[in-house]
Write a protein that binds this ligand. Structure first.
Ligand code: GLC
Ligand code: GLC
Length: 812
C-alpha cells in the first residue's frame, strides 16, 4: 500500500498511513519561531536558535522513534487514543496527515469521533498554534475527555540533555487559569518564558511530568489520561510539562474546537515581574488575544497561504497537460523544491531529524550555496545574509567555516582553513547582483571577523576571496586544499590516528602540498562573474590580473588535472594522485567532473564529453550518481574521514545528492538534454514512485545522501531536508534545463531539454517585472534557441523589459 500522494492543487503532501518508513516531517515557521512537526505530531519548537532557545524537549535516537511532540489524548469512556496515532498507537478508523507550506493538518478518527489537529506558526508571531476540531460522527451523544501535552525544554538544549545535577532542581512554572507558564531561569538572567494555553476553561491541568505520566510510564500510557483525571500538579524541579484537561460533550453531528497556543514571550529587564516572583504576563496576554476564535485562526492561515502564494508566484512552470514528465517537474519546481530552499535558508544545517539543533551553526559555504535557491524569493533577506556571511571573513580572504546565527560571530571551535569557502561568497554575491541588479550591495561597508573599524566595501571582500585562492597554490599550481574543500571528509592534511578526534578541525599540519582540483573548478567557474563585476565597476587592473590567474589555473588543470578519461580529484600531502586510474580505490570522483565542465574546461576538445561519459559509466546508479568509485575499503590515514565510512555511505561512495546537479548542469553545457534530465530525474522525489519504502525519508524533499551501490541498503536515504541539494537542483532545473537564467543585464534564455518536451510556459518575476515565457520546442531539439520575441519584437541577448512581457522562444 502506498503511504501517500502529492496534492498539487493544495500544495500539500497527503499521508494516508501513520507508520511511514521513517518520520515524515514538516517545518512550521518563517522568520523567528520554528517548529519541526512529524506526521505523528512529533518534534519540537524553538525561538531563533535551536540550541539556545529551545521551547520543547526532544530526544533524538529515542526508543521508540520520534517520541515527544505536541500530543492530544482522547479518553472516550475508557478508550484512549491520539488523533496522530502516536504515542498510544490505538488503531484509527481513519488517518490523514497533510503537510502543507508552513502548516500541517492531521486528522484521526475512532469510535465515531473525529479530531483534526491543525498546526502552524502564524506570520509575525513567536508561537505555534494548535487547533483541535472535534466532531461527533456517531449516531449518539458523546462525552469524552481531551488532554493536551507538551514537555518543556530548559532552554539550552545541550545543557538540557546533559546537566541533570542542576536541571532536576531548577524547573519552575506558573498556572493562571488555562495558561501554563514555563519560567525556568526567569528568576535569574533570562527575560523570556514560554506559555502554553487554551481558549477555553480547563477542567484540570498538569505541569509535572511524573505526576502526569507516572514515573515508569512512557508517553503512550499517561496515568492522568487513563484515569481521566488531571493531578493539577505544580512542577518543582524535575521535568516541567504543560497539560490541560477538558471534559467535552457532543451531540450527534455536533462539532467544537479548542485552540492552543504555545508561545515565546520576552519582557524588558526592568519589567520582568508583576509582583515579587510573579512573571509579567502582558506579552503573553497580547499574544493569546490573537488566537481566541476560529475566525482568527482561519485569518492567520489565510495570511500564511498568501505569503507562500506570493513567494512561489515568482517562478512558476506551466507544463502541457499531456506531458507527464513535466507535470512531475512542476510539482518539484513550483512547490517542494522552492519550499525546501526556504527551509535551508531558515535552518541552514541546524535542526532536522538528522541535525540535532545543538551542533552546527550557519556554514560559510553552505549558506552561500543555499542562497542560490532562495535569492529570487526573498532578495532583501538574501542581501542581509550575504553581508552577514562576508562579515565572518578574515582580512587575508580566508573565512570562518561556520558562524552562530544569534551572535553572527564566527565559530572558534571550527575555525577556518577550508579553502573552498572564500569562493562561494563570490558565487552568492554574483547570483544576488544578477537577480536584483542591485550593484549597490558591493559598496556596503563590511568588517572582517566582525571587528569594528575593519570595514571595507563588500567588493573588497570579493577581491580577497579571489586572491586567497589565486595565491594559495601548491606544487602543481593547483589550489591548496587546507582542511578540506567542498568535501568535508577529504582531509588531506589531517593524518588522524586518535579516536574521537575531529577530522575537520584537526589539521595536524599544512603540508603545502595537498591540492584540490575541485577548488580549481570552482575558481574557474566563478572567475568570469568576478572579472565581469570588476570590469563594470571600472576596476580594470584587478580584472586583468584575474584573467592572468585564470589562464595560469587553466594551464595547471590541463597539465596536472586531467587523468586521461576524467579529471583528477586532488593531490595528497605526499604529492600522490587521488581520483586517478592509477589508484587502487577512489579512482574517479564526481565533484571535479561537474565543476570543471561547468567552468567550460574540455568543452572544446572532447574532454568534457569523455569525463561525463566516464561518470555515467562508473558512478551512475538507479538512485543517482555516487560520489566516487571504487569505495575505500579501509581507513586511510592520508585521506581522513572519507575512508572512515563503511563503503557506500556518506562521502565514501554514497550518492551525495548535492553534487548530482553539477553533473546535470555540466550536461547542459555539453548540450545533452536527455542525459541532463536523466540525472535530474534520478534524485527528484516526485519521480521516486515505488522506491519510497526503500528510500524511507520524506518523498517530497531531497535528502543529503542515498546509500550507494556498495552499501547493503543501497537506495536508502538519510539526512533529509537540510542539504545543498535543494538549492543546486533548483538552479539546475530552473536555470539550465528549463533554461531561464539571470544575467547581469537581464534574463538569459537557453533551455537544454529531452527532445520529447514540446513546449512549456514559465512565469518569472524578475526585477519587478513579470515575464510570461513560452518555450516552443516543436522542432524537438535538445538545445538551441532559434528566435526570441519580447512583446512582439525580435530580440537577441539578455532580456530586460520595463513592463510586463510576453516572451516567445522558438527552439531549433
Ligand atoms: C555536508 C556539509 C557541506 C559539505 C558536504 C560534503 O553536506 O554541510 O558543507 O560540503 O557535507 O562533505
Ligand atoms: C561530517 C559529515 C559531513 C559534514 C561534516 C560537517 O564530516 O560526514 O557530511 O559535512 O561532518 O562538519
Amino acid at each position: 500500500m502506498s503511504y501517500g500522494f502529492f496534492d498539487d492543487a493544495n500544495r500539500e503532501y497527503c499521508i494516508r498511513r501513520p507508520d511511514t518508513p521513517y518520520p515524515w516531517i514538516n517545518y512550521l515557521g518563517s522568520q523567528d519561531f520554528f517548529g519541526l512537526f512529524s506526521n505523528t505530531a512529533g518534534g519540537y519548537c524553538f525561538y531563533r536558535d535551536a540550541r539556545l532557545m529551545r521551547l520543547t524537549r526532544y530526544r533524538y535516537n529515542n526508543v521508540p522513534a520520534d517520541a515527544g511532540g505536541r500530543y492530544f489524548y482522547i479518553n472516550d469512556n475508557g478508550d484512549v487514543w491520539n488523533p496522530s496515532w502516536k504515542p498510544c498507537k490505538a488503531q484509527l478508523d481513519s488517518y490523514e496527515c497533510r503537510h502543507g507550506l508552513g502548516y500541517s493538518v492531521i486528522t484521526g478518527a475512532r469510535g465515531g469521533l473525529s479530531a483534526t489537529h491543525t498546526a502552524f506558526v502564524p506570520l509575525g508571531d513567536a508561537a505555534e498554534v494548535h487547533r483541535l476540531e472535534l466532531s461527533n460522527q456517531s449516531g449518539g451523544k458523546k462525552t469524552f475527555t481531551l488532554f493536551s501535552f507538551v514537555e518543556f525544554c530548559l532552554w539550552n538544549a545541550m545543557d538540557d540533555a546533559a546537566n541533570f545535577q542542576r536541571n532536576f532542581s531548577i524547573g519552575e512554572v506558573e498556572v493562571c487559569g488555562s495558561e501554563i507558564y514555563h519560567k525556568t531561569e526567569y528568576r535569574e538572567r533570562r527575560n523570556h518564558y514560554a506559555v502554553f494555553s487554551a481558549n477555553r476553561v480547563s477542567d484540570g491541568f498538569d505541569t509535572d511530568r511524573e505526576s502526569f505520566l507516572g514515573l515508569y510510564n512512557g508517553f503512550e500510557r499517561p496515568d492522568a489520561v487513563f484515569e481521566q483525571k488531571s493531578r493539577n500538579s505544580m512542577a518543582s524541579g524535575w521535568a516541567p510539562i504543560g497539560s490541560h484537561m477538558f471534559e467535552i460533550a457532543l451531540e450527534p453531528g455536533e462539532s467544537t474546537s479548542v485552540i492552543f497556543v504555545l508561545g515565546y514571550c520576552e519582557n524588558p529587564d526592568d519589567e520582568k515581574f508583576e509582583s515579587p516572583g510573579v512573571i509579567n504576563k502582558a506579552p503573553a496576554k497580547r499574544l493569546l488575544a490573537k488566537f481566541q476564535t476560529d475566525a482568527q485562526v482561519e485569518r492567520a492561515l489565510e495570511e500564511l497561504r498568501a505569503y507562500w502564494e506570493n513567494l512561489l508566484s515568482r517562478w512558476r512552470l506551466t507544463p502541457r497537460d499531456d506531458d507527464a514528465k513535466m507535470l512531475k517537474v512542476s510539482r518539484m519546481v513550483n512547490i517542494w523544491n522552492q519550499y525546501q530552499c526556504m527551509v535551508t535558508f531558515n535552518m541552514s544545517r541546524s535542526a532536522s531529524y538528522f541535525e540535532s539543533g545543538i551542533g552546527r551553526g550557519m556554514g560559510f559555504r553552505d549558506s552561500s550555496q543555499d542562497l542560490l535557491g532562495f535569492v529570487h524569493m526573498v532578495p532583501e533577506r538574501a542581501r542581509e545574509r550575504i553581508l552577514d556571511i562576508a562579515a565572518t571573513q578574515f582580512a587575508d580572504g580566508s573565512a570562518y567555516h561556520q558562524y552562530q546565527p544569534l551572535t553572527k560571530k564566527g565559530n572558534l571551535e571550527v575555525g577556518s582553513g577550508f579553502n573552498d569557502d572564500p569562493l562561494w561568497l563570490i558565487g552568492a554575491a554574483a547570483a544576488y547582483v544578477k537577480e536584483t541588479g542591485d550593484w549597490g550591495i558591493l559598496d556596503e561597508q563590511v568588517p572582517f571577523d566582525l571587528e569594528e573599524g575593519t570595514e571595507v566595501p563588500l567588493m573588497e571582500h570579493l577581491h580577497r576571496s579571489f586572491d586567497y585562492t589565486a595565491t594559495h597554490l601548491g606544487p602543481h599550481g593547483l589550489p591548496l586544499i587546507g582542511r578540506a574543500d567542498w568535501n568535508d571528509c577529504l582531509n588531506l592534511n589531517c593524518f588522524s590516528a586518535t579516536p574521537g578526534e575531529s577530522f575537520q578541525t584537526t589539521a595536524n599540519f599544512e603540508s603545502g602540498v595537498a591540492e584540490s582540483v575541485l577548488i580549481a573548478g570552482i575558481f574557474l567557474y566563478y572567475a568570469p562573474d568576478y572579472i565581469e563585476i570588476c570590469r563594470r565597476r571600472g576596476e580594470a587592473e584587478k580584472a586583468d590580473r584575474a584573467e592572468r590567474a585564470v589562464s595560469a589555473m587553466k594551464e595547471a588543470v590541463n597539465n596536472h588535472g586531467w587523468d586521461g578519461e576524467w579529471f583528477l580529484r586532488a593531490y595528497d600531502a605526499h604529492g600522490k594522485k587521488i581520483g586517478s586510474n592509477e589508484c587502487d580505490e577512489g579512482q574517479i570522483f564526481i565533484e571535479p567532473q561537474g565543476f570543471l565542465v561547468m567552468a567550460g574546461v574540455g568543452l572544446d576538445d572532447g574532454r568534457a564529453i569523455r569525463t561525463l561519459d566516464s561518470v555515467k559509466e562508473r558512478l551512475d546508479t538507479d538512485f543517482g550518481i555516487m560520489l566516487q568509485q571504487p569505495a575505500y575499503s579501509a581507513y586511510r590515514l592520508n585521506l581522513g574521514e572519507i575512508s572512515s565510512y563503511p563503503p557506500g555511505y556518506k562521502e565514501n561512495a554514497g550518492i551525495f545528492c548535492h553534487n548530482n546537479p553539477w553533473i546535470s548542469i555540466a550536461e547542459c553545457y555539453a548540450g545533452r538534454g536527455a542525459r541532463a534530465f536523466e540525472v535530474y530525474r534520478k534524485i527528484a522525489p516526485a519521480f521516486l514512485k515505488d522506491a519510497v519504502k526503500l528510500h524511507r525519508t520524506e518523498p517530497y524533499v531531497y535528502s543529503q545522501m542515498v546509500a550507494g551501490r556498495d552499501a547493503t541498503r543501497h537506495g536508502e536515504a538519510k539526512n533529509s531536508w537540510l542539504t545543498g541539494t535543494a538549492a543546486w537542483t533548483f538552479v539546475n532545473i530552473s536555470q539550465h534545463i528549463l533554461g531561464i537564467r539571470p544575467g547581469f543585464d537581464g534574463l538569459i534564455i537557453d533551455p537544454c531539454l529531452p527532445r520529447g518536451v514540446k513546449s512549456y510556459k514559465v512565469e518569472r518575476l524578475f526585477r519587478g517585472v513579470r515575464y510570461a515565457i513560452m518555450i516552443d520546442n516543436t522542432a524537438g531539439v535538445e538545445k538551441g534557441v532559434k528566435s526570441i520575441t519580447v512583446n512582439g519584437k525580435p530580440l537577441t541577448g539578455e532580456i530586460l523589459s520595463d513592463r510586463d512581457a510576453e516572451v516567445i522562444v522558438v527552439m531549433g
